[in-house]
Design a protein around this ligand. Structure first.
Ligand SMILES: Cc1ncc(COP(=O)(O)O)c(C=O)c1O
Length: 505
């Protein structure tokens, strides 16, 4: 016997096979509990909007969530009961019709089924030969078609827009600086700095990616915007020229299809032309705006993104997919592979076996193990048909424009930025109110909207002014929800001013 091997008779657990299973002891009981949980979730989704949108987590729940390591089994009933008491009442609320915060998607009831199927098989879309790989390729092909991107381009589903931006910019880095930058690090070439250009309204994940790629976030240049928050081409050209003069090496320009702050769309065609002239990579961040391409009425706004070298977008935002899923497409068929592939003996491929993937996904991104993210997308796009997503987009934009109309009619409400599509920035500003104090007042209004469980817009700052930002990417929102919001802001605002007056008296 080789040194270190234990003989079978020295393994008492195997002698009469004492084992630990993690499957249910009683499948019938488990089945009953499982059906009940599923029914409860359906009730919850069917009644989305009937309960307060958000409740601040109780001290009791926080205490219950801070227990010691559970060494002994608690049992399904006990754990479900703790979930119901300590977790469920304090969920984020983005399934509710009046959730308009940040860019959080509402999800769908169908997502419950598809994520459950994924979990049952615990499929890992790593680099194996199973149907999930073809499902992902299929979903990516659908997006290439919708975004008019070339069939031969490569792509990957990611955990979201941040990772998709990272992957796209990583492809840009390798393509523009050469494979040696992967081997020896970006300092190998002795270049003073590699720069990327994006508007000041660009999502921070672009600069973060540049930072994490070792390029330095100061080299992610913030370019001025015009009055509509769109990247200013003149300022961009000037900055590129100045950088070249100063010894920097420009790599890429990023255009955003709907900025997170106001929904602005950068001039894609102009950026594509400039990138071509300057021989730079053109990356598009369409995390929110990808959904426009699903609408016959608005898809013209996405014209130009098909000229990009890479496009990042989210599916868990306006496209309603269950968290978490985003995607990146790169025009060059090997763009992602060149940036991410690695060899390892334990990843060897064997023809005709499980180890014979149609695509080695782990060579296209940062992750090795990956959820089978494509299945819910494949599922819901077929169930609803892509036109349904376009109609959600159109209705959401109509609702946002209805909100703009209500704000402009209300003497005590003010729009803080242009709202061309579905993102509205507003504040309470009673006639004659002094500027000082308005930020604090609007912060309190926002807090009260949340704390009273009425609605969840999110905060942002526009030209130094605290904004109540309403980003409508919610398929459950109706006109009456907008009326409730407008009324609540007015009432809470007046109530708070009254309170202040009372305190002063
Ligand atoms: C324009 C834009 N890009 C990127 C992101 C990052 O996406 P994710 O949160 O999926 O990482 C966001 C998120 O709101 C966004 O609005």
């Amino acid at each position: 016997l080789a040194k270190g091997l234990i003989m079978a008779d020295k393994m008492p657990h195997l002698a009469d096979e004492v084992f630990q299973t993690l499957d249910p002891d009683d499948w019938d009981e488990f089945r009953e509990s499982g059906h009940k949980v599923f029914d409860d979730m359906l009730d919850m989704l069917q009644g989305a909007g009937d309960t307060p949108i958000w409740r601040d987590i109780s001290d009791k729940a926080i205490e219950a969530l801070g227990t010691v390591v559970p060494h002994k089994p608690q049992g399904l009933d006990a754990v479900l009961s703790s979930f119901r008491q300590n977790i469920e009442p304090f969920m984020p609320g983005n399934h509710h019709p009046r959730y308009w915060g940040w860019a959080n998607g509402a999800g769908t009831a169908y997502g419950l089924i598809s994520t459950m199927l994924n979990t049952a098989y615990n499929a890992n879309n790593i680099r194996h030969r199973h149907a999930g790989a073809w499902v992902e390729l299929q979903v990516l092909d659908w997006f290439k078609d919708i975004l008019k991107f070339p069939c031969e381009s490569c792509g990957l589903l990611t955990s979201g827009g941040s990772m998709a931006n990272f992957a796209g910019l990583s492809a840009a880095r390798t393509a523009m600086t050469g494979a040696e930058s992967r081997q020896y690090g970006i300092a190998w070439s002795g270049v003073k700095g590699y720069t990327v250009y994006a508007s000041s309204q660009t999502h921070f994940s672009v600069a973060k990616a540049w930072d994490q790629l070792g390029m330095g976030y100061a080299n992610a240049r913030k370019i001025a915007v015009d009055a509509e928050d769109r990247l200013d081409l003149v300022a961009l050209k000037k900055q590129i020229a100045a950088d070249r003069r100063d010894g920097y090496s420009p790599i890429a320009i990023v255009g955003t299809l709907m900025t997170v702050g106001t929904g602005a769309i950068d001039p894609m065609g102009d950026i594509a032309d400039l990138a071509q002239d300057e021989k730079l990579w053109f990356h598009v961040d369409a995390a929110i705006g990808v959904a426009l391409a699903f609408s016959d009425k608005y898809k013209h706004l996405a014209i130009g993104v098909e000229r990009a070298d890479s496009i990042a977008f989210d599916l868990h935002k306006w496209l309603q997919q269950p968290y978490d899923v985003g995607a990146v497409l790169v025009r060059h068929a090997d763009g992602l592979k060149n940036a991410f592939s690695f060899d390892a003996p334990y990843l060897r491929e064997i023809k005709g076996s499980v180890a014979d993937p149609p695509v080695a996904f782990s060579d296209l991104g940062l992750e090795l193990s990956r959820a089978n993210r494509a299945l819910p997308v494949w599922f819901s796009m077929q169930i609803h048909g892509v036109e349904a997503f376009g109609r959600v987009v159109e209705h959401n934009i109509d609702l946002a424009q209805y909100l703009v109309e209500q704000v402009s009619k209300a003497p005590s409400l003010q729009l803080l930025a242009p709202a061309p599509l579905n993102i509205v920035n507003l504040r309470f500003e009673p006639p004659g109110a002094a500027e000082a104090g308005l930020n604090q007042l609007n912060e309190e209004i926002l807090r009260q909207l949340h704390r009273r469980g009425i609605a969840v817009p999110s905060p942002t700052t526009i030209d130094g002014k605290m904004s109540i930002r309403v980003c409508i990417i919610n398929h459950r929102t109706r006109k009456k929800d907008i009326d409730i919001l407008v009324k609540a802001i007015g009432e809470i605002g007046l109530e708070l001013i009254g309170k202040k007056k009372d305190a002063a008296e």
